[in-house]
Design a protein around this ligand. Structure first.
Ligand code: KG4
Ligand code: ZN
Length: 331
């Protein structure tokens, strides 16, 4: 089964062609990071305009690279949400037009399901599993008994972990997106600043990162008032250690309490070097799966992989109206 997938929920325009859910025939990503960097974060209107500029070209290139034509495709998959409304609409319209022109069925796929199924591209998922989904917009612990059966057992009550990374980076005068930079600097620093570890209820799986972010802002502010230097490497290491202590402890508890066969770590923050290193060490009694870097941040291969399993449970739409597509999901 050949699926062409389109992802445009935020600031990456991506198109991929996958055979049977895990054979990547082509995978193209146009990242807008360099454009949004100038503004210190994603500007939705600019993101939408850049999706418009690139999506059609990427579809053509994805077909050429996969050495197929439209008639070889079985299904079109597209991210239906959550994400930026204008950005999503560009991908959805491109997918709908392509499906209509080539008489192909279309399926709308949830972006978070996509992040989770990034793990299935190079590994077989074994159930029950616990997924730690950590990105710029989401921080969730998800329990899965089977394919496309998601139970969110924990979520952030305020900032997503990637969002906290980006805001801390900004406080430290670093560029956007802050996650990879903080990660790099943290490797050269020590945990000097003794920031809080916010576990909330230890029996539960919810997270909170806004207090930790405020602790960084206050510490930087107080040091500046006293005319003292902030050691940026040590602040990055202190922040990163606090985040990882909480993420890993909660994931470990969930994996043990739910008798998980696998722990999968997905989303943009799964690219973090310390998370990758520590989770393997500290959850040694479970099989830990972390996708390749390229499948951690937003990409269309993960959408095609998710759609492959979604299609086993749901039939696609043949009337070019994406089922379950609602503006509520986008916001
Ligand atoms: O999954 P993603 O590409 O987009 C969303 O769906 O949000 O995640 C982007 C987030 C950004 O906040 C970025 O700073 C963070 O992932 N990120 C990292 C690292 N690489 C990307 N955070 C920590 N360490 C990293 N190495
Ligand atoms: Zn994402």
């Amino acid at each position: 089964m050949i699926i062409l997938a389109i992802e445009s929920s935020c600031d990456e325009t991506s198109v991929a062609v996958l055979k049977n859910g895990n054979e990547v025939l082509s995978h193209l990503i146009f990242s807008q990071i360099d454009i949004h960097k100038l503004y210190g974060g994603v500007v939705p209107e600019i993101a939408s305009r850049n999706h418009v500029k690139h999506v059609t070209k990427l579809i053509d290139e994805a077909l050429i690279e996969a050495k197929i034509s439209a008639k070889d495709i079985n299904y079109i998959a597209v991210t239906k949400g959550p994400g930026l409304i204008g950005s999503l609409l560009v991908g959805i319209n491109a997918a709908t037009a392509f499906a209509y022109a080539n008489n192909l069925p279309i399926i709308g796929t949830n972006h978070l399901a996509g992040h989770i199924y990034a793990a299935s591209i190079d590994h077989e998922l074994k159930f029950p599993l616990i997924a730690l989904l950590v990105s710029g917009g989401h921080t969730e612990l998800v329990y899965m008994k089977d394919h496309f059966d998601f139970e969110i057992i924990g979520t952030t009550l305020d900032d997503a972990v990637g969002e906290a990374y980006d805001k801390v980076a900004r406080t430290l005068g670093l560029s956007y997106p802050g996650g990879p930079i903080v990660d790099k600097l943290a490797q050269k620093g020590i945990d000097e600043y003794n920031l809080p570890r916010v576990f909330l209820d230890k029996e539960k799986y919810d997270f909170s990162f806004s207090g930790l972010k405020s602790a960084v802002i206050n510490t930087v502010h107080n040091l500046k008032q006293k005319n003292k230097e902030v050691n940026v490497n040590n602040m990055a290491a202190s922040f990163q250690n606090s985040v990882m202590d909480v993420l890993i402890e909660k994931t470990k508890n969930a994996a043990n309490n739910y008798n998980a066969k696998q722990v999968i770590v997905v989303g943009g923050v799964a690219a973090n070097s310390e998370l990758r290193r520590r989770i393997n060490e500290e959850i040694a009694n479970k099989e830990v799966i972390i996708p390749k870097f390229i499948y951690c941040t937003d990409n269309a291969a993960m959408i095609a992989a998710a759609a492959f399993y979604q299609l086993k449970k749901e039939s696609p739409s043949s009337d070019y109206i994406i089922k379950g597509f609602s503006t509520k999901q986008m916001i």
